[in-house]
Design a protein around this ligand. Structure first.
Ligand code: SF4
Length: 509
């Protein structure tokens, strides 16, 4: 039986007219609408947690994908979207592209249900229908741009129905700059909920029981082998890897909080870190990548956990010797530029340099935080230009400036590199989806980078074969040899400029 919640009329019905806008237009209007609709507090928190940079608009995929992905990866968790159909289509497509294998829930709306508050009623009904404790621990509802701008009050949903936890979050593209940080929005909300539960009374133990050793919680989605590699590295210090957060199951959240220290392997989990700090856990930045990175990280983890210097040295000796061997045997020879939006770019950059690469530029769509400061300082000391909140334009400018032998980047960077006949690797699928830590990380990265750089001859051959065919105005499929009409183009441009001038004159009154 559903709990009775009064229909809450939307404080800002005018925002309904903003449907169809969002990441492509009307950001200021959406922000203003959301503030007037009672979302000022959550937007202020996002502004503090995820400070904007030279560009304040997502240039990659819809940020909500980050939250959606965190929900979809969890057992016994249902995830429901509330937003425009086009946004939901894109998000569902992307989540299945990345192997969600789970249903994405959707509560549709139209102008009327948005304006009258019926959308909130529909969401509430959907949540009640889904809340089956036999099947679920938690239901996540994500407000996308338009419902956030319209003030759909997810905070009025019950916190729990039949023992199923209900978590409502706003993840608008005009408030959360990257999908990486959107992962933190949901992970932080879940950790906050779990921490309050743990403070209120006994909670479920991990499936495999509590670890007998003090544990380190690893913060950030990483390649599945990395936690195991890290576990081997810290074993001589008497420590174990506990849980990786975002977690795969609700009860793991308690285990994540029940740690000796947190390793912020990915540095952008600001809200999650706040919860760990509230639980009294020390946070350690950076990660065990490369020789210097691993040396420093093991020292910091040991210090945070009160490990003796002798045990820290034992852990260092165990790993660093093998890593020196790998790096002495193989090298990367060549100039590289690197950019991405996963938040792990600085770690990859460190590893590339230690593997011998001539790295000139690293751009990350994520912000500078206390947990990537050490990496940024290290990279800058090696003469690398580090760009936080990097825009696509900055990434492309770096590639043009440094003329690398390999460009590692986002899809548009890789596309531009290919046009320039520069071998390239897509960061998300080809670099961040492989081990980075310890000996395995170094060996694997050297292999993939050298293989890509070795493709230059193939690029040159293709370029020589195709020449300038299919470039610029001649791109696309033609049945005949393309014939250019410069006079026609000139005339169209003239008419366009005339119209622009006329519009400007009218605006000025
Ligand atoms: S929800 Fe995502 S796709 Fe939709 S308008 Fe907002 S940022 Fe764009």
């Amino acid at each position: 039986m559903s709990a009775i919640i009064p229909i809450t009329p939307l404080p800002n019905a005018a925002a309904a007219s903003a449907d169809g806008m969002g990441c492509h237009a009307g950001k200021d209007q959406m922000l203003d609408a959301a503030a007037k609709a009672g979302k000022s507090e959550v937007l202020a928190q996002y502004a503090a947690d995820y400070p904007k940079g030279p560009h304040d608009q997502p240039q990659s995929m819809c940020p909500a994908f980050g939250s959606l992905r965190v929900g979809l990866r969890m057992r016994r968790t249902a995830t429901i979207l509330s937003g425009s159909a086009c946004c939901v289509y894109g998000l569902t497509f992307t989540s299945h592209f990345y192997g969600a294998r789970r249903t994405v829930g959707y509560v549709p709306f139209n102008s009327e249900t948005l304006v009258t508050g019926k959308l909130f009623e529909d969401i509430r009904d959907a949540v009640h229908e889904q809340a089956d404790p036999e099947k679920l621990d938690c239901i996540v509802i994500i407000n996308l741009c338009v419902p956030t701008a319209s003030g759909v009050p997810l905070q009025l949903l019950p916190k729990e129905i039949n023992g199923v936890r209900i978590i409502g979050i706003d993840v608008p593209g005009f408030g959360v700059p990257t999908h990486a940080e959107a992962k933190d929005v949901l992970a932080g909300a879940m950790l906050q909920y779990a921490r309050q539960e743990a403070m209120a009374g006994p909670v479920a133990a991990p499936r495999q029981g509590r670890n007998s050793k003090p544990t380190i919680t690893l913060l950030g989605e990483m390649f599945p082998a990395d936690p195991m590699i890290i576990a081997q590295m810290i074993a001589p210090m008497g420590l174990a890897v506990g849980t990786v957060a975002p977690t795969r199951e609700w009860r793991e959240l308690y285990a994540a909080l029940d740690c000796k220290a947190v390793a912020a392997i990915h540095p952008f989990y600001t809200a999650s870190v706040r919860e760990f700090q509230a639980a009294g856990r020390p946070i350690v930045g950076s990660a065990p990548v490369g020789i210097e990175g691993t040396h420093d990280w093991l020292g910091s983890i040991g210090a945070a956990c009160g490990v003796s210097q002798a045990d820290i040295d034992a852990a260092r000796n165990q790993t660093l010797g093998a890593m020196r061997g790998v790096l002495a045997a193989q090298k990367i020879n060549g100039r590289i530029t690197l950019s991405g939006y996963e938040g792990s770019e600085l770690l990859v950059a460190r590893l590339l340099i230690e593997c011998g690469a001539d790295l000139r530029y690293v751009g990350s769509a994520c912000p500078a935080t206390p947990w990537n400061k050490h990496d940024a300082d290290w990279l800058q000391s090696k003469g690398v230009h580090v760009q936080f909140r990097a825009s696509l334009e900055q990434d492309l400018a770096a590639m043009h400036e440094f003329k690398p032998q390999l460009a590692i980047g986002t899809t548009p960077v890789v596309q531009a590199a290919k046009e320039l006949c520069i071998p390239s690797l897509y960061f998300t699928n080809l670099i961040s989806a492989r081990p980075l830590m310890g000996v395995a990380g170094a060996g694997s990265l050297i292999q993939v980078v050298n293989a890509a750089m070795g493709n230059q001859a193939r690029f040159d051959e293709m370029k020589a074969f195709f020449g300038s065919v299919g470039q610029g105005d001649e791109a696309g499929v033609w049945e005949n040899v393309p014939v250019m009409h410069p006079d026609f183009k000139k005339e169209v441009r003239r008419q366009f400029e005339k119209k622009q001038k006329k519009r400007k004159a009218e605006e000025m009154g």
